[in-house]
Design a protein around this ligand. Structure first.
Ligand code: IYR
Length: 225
């Protein structure tokens, strides 16, 4: 680094041989291709230490100015889950009966979703993910955070991958508006709830919509010659 006033440490980096790189990339892709968004959760309890490890993975995500502008509220308490379900279903009823334009309802039809969200009580864990527009430092000063949505999105993607890798199923659920979550979970107004991640095991007979994923050439362009 050019500026030696910045404290730095040697990078812990292992150079891999190309065949091993490819094998790892393929193996990881194969595993992640098996991730599906699940809506039928079993009540089977999930070990808390697995959740904690996956949260540590999420917190390793890059973030604007390394502010780590996220908060993960991990909810297993039945009363709190019930309150979250009630709050979400209220918003969802509004959404499905009046707020959503017809084109949005048409786009959702193949997924078979509706305002009924039993998984919010049934799944063992709800991880409510908040973005922090500001953080309060040790001196009580309010510091602005940067690229909050991007940073939280990256951390959430890493969390979903980590949970899948650990053998758990997830559902990204986004009732809108979500402000009711601040009240239930006692989070400050400087935090904005972005996603409820529902976490658990799938029900034994769980089914998922038959979907396709775009092929490599459909979602990429290579500018390399
Ligand atoms: N939040 C609603 C609607 C919904 C919207 C999208 I975009 C989805 O991919 C799925 C659902 C619900 O959870 O039902």
């Amino acid at each position: 680094m050019a500026d030696d006033t910045i404290k730095s440490i040697p990078l812990d980096f292992t150079l891999l041989e190309e065949p091993e790189m490819l094998a790892r990339a393929q193996g990881f892709n194969e595993r992640l291709q098996k991730r599906r968004t699940v809506r039928d959760f079993s009540e089977r309890p999930v070990p808390r230490d697995v959740i904690e490890q996956c949260l540590l993975t999420a917190n390793s995500a890059p973030s604007g100015a390394n502010r780590q502008p996220w908060h993960f509220a991990v909810v297993a308490d039945a009363t709190k889950k019930k309150e979250i379900r009630e709050g979400a279903e209220e918003e969802e009823r509004e959404f499905y009966t009046s707020r959503a334009p017809q084109d949005w309802l048409d786009a959702l039809a193949p997924l078979g979703t509706d305002a009924h969200k039993p998984f919010l009580e049934k799944a063992p864990y709800l991880i409510v993910i908040f973005g922090q527009k500001f953080e309060v430092n040790d001196q009580g000063e309010k510091l602005k955070n940067y690229y909050v949505t991007e940073s939280v999105g990256i951390a959430t993607g890493m969390l979903i991958s980590a949970l899948h890798n650990a053998g758990l199923a997830t559902l990204t659920h986004t009732p809108a508006p979500m402000k009711f979550l601040n009240k239930i979970l006692d989070r400050p107004d400087t935090e904005r709830p972005l996603i409820i991640l529902v976490v658990g095991y799938p029900e034994a007979d769980a089914r998922v919509p038959e979907i396709t994923r775009k092929s490599l050439h459909q979602f990429t362009s290579f500018h390399d010659e």
